[in-house]
Design a binder for this molecule. Structure first.
Ligand code: MG
Length: 303
């Protein structure tokens, strides 16, 4: 059944399992689904004042997630949770959507539990359950509110002796490194600019000026974590990053898995959502002469 669920909806269900484990529950319930949706798609709950909400969801803190991830064994969906998954798939199909999204999941939970819907609406939830007909249902109108944006990023740094070569948040063994006020991580910097561009929030120079001594020698991962926070404050979620690093040497391919891990961790996303590529400049120009490294990136965000 889950092959019809998009990646975000699958993550919501995975988080629901961790919520159930955190509570030492024997079953996964629709409330656990809500906890998972809140963790993975917080924008769907914008407007909800959780402090005043009578609906209490499991808080999936990093510590809870770590502990729950270490628990093995199967958990079963309770009857209501099972029905929700089936209905979500049916609603998505009727609506002509190829995949079940978190919006469909949420819509189904609210459609089948009037009490819960009322409590969440009272707490400020802006979307409501779908009506009987798939077309024009409120669930679809919630889906219609989805907003996507993309941005591009570019960076270049000189390669010099007696500097570390930091790319994608990790150190690459090489006889030269990048010159820069911070750590000179072209890939991290280009990703920052792509994300800030997608969110219409300026560029890396605006937020982390090289005239400020506070950013001297700072890791590109610090910038990424900060940019992630800026985006989260505006309810943006990072969906995908594609990047190409242009350099003559050394070969980057063997380091990509570690780079994707480091970048994904800083950005709060899965490594699978980050694609990295490397190119040489065919010996041409300053990059071809091994005097510089550049990176181009594109980021897709949504809310
Ligand atoms: Mg830079």
């Amino acid at each position: 059944m889950f092959e019809r669920f998009n990646a975000e909806a699958q993550r919501c269900i995975f988080m629901a399992r961790l919520a159930a484990l955190t509570e030492k529950s024997k079953n996964i319930t629709t409330l656990h689904f809500l906890s998972g949706i809140r963790k993975e798609s917080p924008a769907l709950f914008r407007g909800v004042n959780w402090a005043k909400s009578p609906v209490k969801l499991t808080y999936l803190s990093p510590d809870n997630l770590r502990k729950a991830s270490q628990v093995t064994g199967d958990l079963l969906l309770d009857a209501k949770a099972k029905r929700t998954l089936v209905s979500a798939a049916e609603i998505a199909k009727k609506a002509g959507s190829g995949h079940v999204t978190p919006v469909h999941l949420l819509a189904c939970i609210l459609a089948t539990d009037a009490k819960l819907r009322k409590a969440l609406t009272k707490a400020g939830l802006e979307i409501e359950a779908p009506g009987k007909s798939a077309r024009g249902s409120r669930g679809e109108s919630a889906a219609g509110k989805s907003e996507f944006s993309s941005g591009i990023g570019y960076d270049l740094h000189r390669l010099v002796e007696k500097r570390k070569l930091m790319i994608g948040g990790i150190e690459i063994p090489f006889e030269k490194g990048t010159l820069g006020h911070s750590d000179g991580d072209v890939l991290a910097h280009a990703i920052c600019d792509a994300l800030l561009g997608a969110a219409s929030m300026g560029d890396i120079g605006t937020h982390f000026p090289d005239s400020d001594p506070k950013w001297r020698g700072v890791s590109g991962l610090v910038f990424l974590r900060q940019v992630r926070q800026y985006l989260e404050r505006k309810n943006w979620k990072i969906h995908h990053i594609d990047a190409v690093v242009i350099l003559e040497r050394p070969k980057l391919g063997p380091h990509f898995p570690e780079m994707r891990e480091a970048l994904a961790k800083a950005l709060g996303m899965a490594p699978e959502q980050i694609n990295l590529k490397a190119k040489t400049n065919e010996g041409l120009g300053e990059i071809g002469r091994g005097e510089a490294i550049a990176a181009h990136t594109i980021a897709t965000i949504g809310r």
